[in-house]
Design a binder for this molecule. Structure first.
Ligand SMILES: Cc1cc2nc3c(=O)[nH]c(=O)nc-3n(C[C@H](O)[C@H](O)[C@H](O)COP(=O)(O)OP(=O)(O)OC[C@H]3O[C@@H](n4cnc5c(N)ncnc54)[C@H](O)[C@@H]3O)c2cc1C
Length: 492
């Protein structure tokens, strides 16, 4: 009887937790094993000098009532408890490019109308662009819940560059439309247009920040799993999977404990999953393919605490691009100083006017820090600190061009590098979003070459709050049926 099946989920990030919650709701016995002290992965927040900082979840889209992520979270039972802040309708993102500021507004009509203020001759192109986003969304069953839509995302064959070139000849508009590409770390020629479409359109529908911290999402999911009888084991790093006759029979934790289960779901990077399996126990080509996956670029973040009541709370994100090429930082170059960044102010309950912290993020190739590859957090030495300082100052300077008052009003600041990211999250190369979505690479299925081992999380379908949720539902549907699950999500 399926309700007695025991499923062990490796990794308690968003993907592992959502998957565990769905399966526990559907009557399975679930156990989550997480290597850190707390679940959450990228959802986790941390405290420094009494201030709470988010790591990797700043805003999420399609959370208005009836919209996709809201529908999934409602099925999970967490929607009413989430504390959220709706961002500015007329500009949830601002793209600062060549010293002009272009707003991205909520609702397709307003999005188009606001951009028409800057590109009055581009009505046809902008309408075509909007239609592409909407058609893609509506054509994908997991997003639209439309019975006649496809259960797979189909238009993988066109690249982001092809989409933008088909919309307009105006180079500035092309750059502006992709001006928040930090959200998917894509390359115009190789990133499928649909990745851009899903992410962009989810925010155009509605954009929300997590009030006080995104950690609340992990807490709510963990609580609900436990209420359904599921178990959460933190400080439980999985090192080995024992395989017999094409089935995983048990996993071994760092503390030596062995866990047996009917099925296993790995919610960590596929290459790390493969490293846990003995070479001869899984098809060689498959193992090698997952070991060799290309990852997205890493990031550099500088966290600032401004003096009290000196920096406004911004109910939008600001994407700053210096120069005339928004893609420049994705090309590996010897110059370590970024030319683009994203500035974000978290929303804390009760502080609508001023920000108590600011985060500035940029892309950063982990190879910039290769001299310190074998070092550990807090013990990397003076030269590392100097490089960190230089990049931080540069990013702060970029922000000061827009907010000059910031310069003299910083109480303290600190930064994280790709190595920090690699060491805290365990993601290979500190990759921002795990595996790169590439037109030329085949996709990773949630099924593996072992009968009872499945994959989930940001590396399977898509990253981000929405993408990882879709991925988790897709993996869970392997146990209960896709149409059955989607029907339950839609109709309760
Ligand atoms: C800088 C940055 C900004 C971002 N901003 C946004 C945003 O604004 N909006 C948005 O929607 N998305 C954003 N994202 C993306 C989003 O945070 C991720 O896609 C998502 O949280 C990934 O969830 P996951 O469960 O797949 O992976 P993870 O969060 O990486 O979870 C994996 C978990 O597995 C655990 N683990 C690893 N190895 C083992 C092991 N051997 N044994 C046991 N446990 C293990 C880890 O500790 C971790 O808890 C951002 C990401 C970054 C890096």
């Amino acid at each position: 009887m399926p309700s007695q099946k025991h499923i062990t989920i490796i990794g308690g990030g968003l993907g592992g937790l959502v998957c565990a919650l769905v399966l526990s709701k559907e009557g399975f016995k679930v156990s989550v094993v997480e290597k850190q002290k707390q679940c959450g992965g990228n959802l986790q927040s941390f405290t420094k000098n009494g201030n709470v900082f988010d790591t990797g979840m700043h805003y999420a889209g399609s959370l208005d009532e009836g919209q996709s992520l809201n529908t999934y979270f409602s099925y999970l039972g967490i929607m009413p408890k989430l504390k959220l802040k709706r961002m500015d309708e007329s500009a949830f993102d601002i793209i600062r490019f060549q010293n002009k500021e272009y707003p991205f507004a909520m609702s397709l009509q307003l999005f188009i109308d606001r951009l028409l203020e800057f590109f009055p001759n581009e009505k046809v192109g902008l309408i075509k662009y909007g239609k592409y986003l909407q058609d893609f969304w509506n054509g994908f069953k997991m997003l639209s819940f439309n019975k006649s839509s496809s259960s797979e995302s189909t238009s993988q064959e066109i690249s982001l560059a092809t989409l933008l070139n088909s919309i307009t000849k105006d180079e500035t508009l092309k750059q502006v439309l992709a001006g928040n590409h930090f959200l998917y770390a894509g390359h115009p020629e190789t990133t499928p247009a649909y990745i851009h479409a899903i992410i962009q359109y989810s925010f155009i529908q509605s954009a929300w920040k997590f009030t006080d911290s995104s950690n609340q999402l992990a807490e709510l999911l963990t609580e609900a799993i436990k209420q359904n009888g599921g178990e959460i084991h933190t400080q439980s790093e999985v090192l080995v999977m024992n395989v017999k006759d094409s089935k995983v029979i048990s996993i071994i934790l760092k503390n030596g404990e062995e866990i047996t289960s009917d099925a296993f779901i790995s919610a960590i990077h596929p290459s790390l999953t493969m490293k846990m399996i003995d070479e001869g126990s899984i098809r060689k080509n498959y193992r090698n393919r997952l070991l060799d996956l290309q990852n997205t670029i890493s990031s550099f973040s500088v966290y600032l605490i401004p003096k009290k009541n000196t920096f406004p709370y911004l109910n939008h994100n600001l994407y700053i691009h210096k120069g005339d090429d928004i893609w420049k930082d994705l090309n590996i170059s010897p110059n370590p100083l970024p030319s683009s960044c994203m500035l974000y102010t978290p929303y804390n309950s009760g502080s609508d006017n001023y920000s108590s912290s600011i985060k500035i993020m940029s892309y950063m190739d982990i190879n910039r820090f290769s001299d310190w590859n074998d070092t550990h957090v807090g013990k990397r030495g003076d030269e590392y600190e100097e490089l960190k300082h230089r990049i931080s100052e540069h990013l702060i300077q970029m922000a000061c061009e827009k907010y000059p008052q910031l310069k003299d009003n910083i109480d303290f600041s600190f930064a994280s590098t790709p190595l920090t990211w690699r060491d805290y999250t365990g993601t290979p190369e500190g990759a921002m979003y795990g595996v790169e979505r590439n037109m030329n690479a085949s996709y990773i299925s949630s099924k593996t070459k072992l009968e009872n081992l499945f994959l989930t999380g940001q590396n399977i379908k898509l990253h981000g709050a929405l993408g990882v949720t879709l991925s988790a539902f897709l993996t869970a549907s392997e146990f209960i049926g896709f149409d059955y699950l989607l029907n339950k999500v839609k109709h309760g």
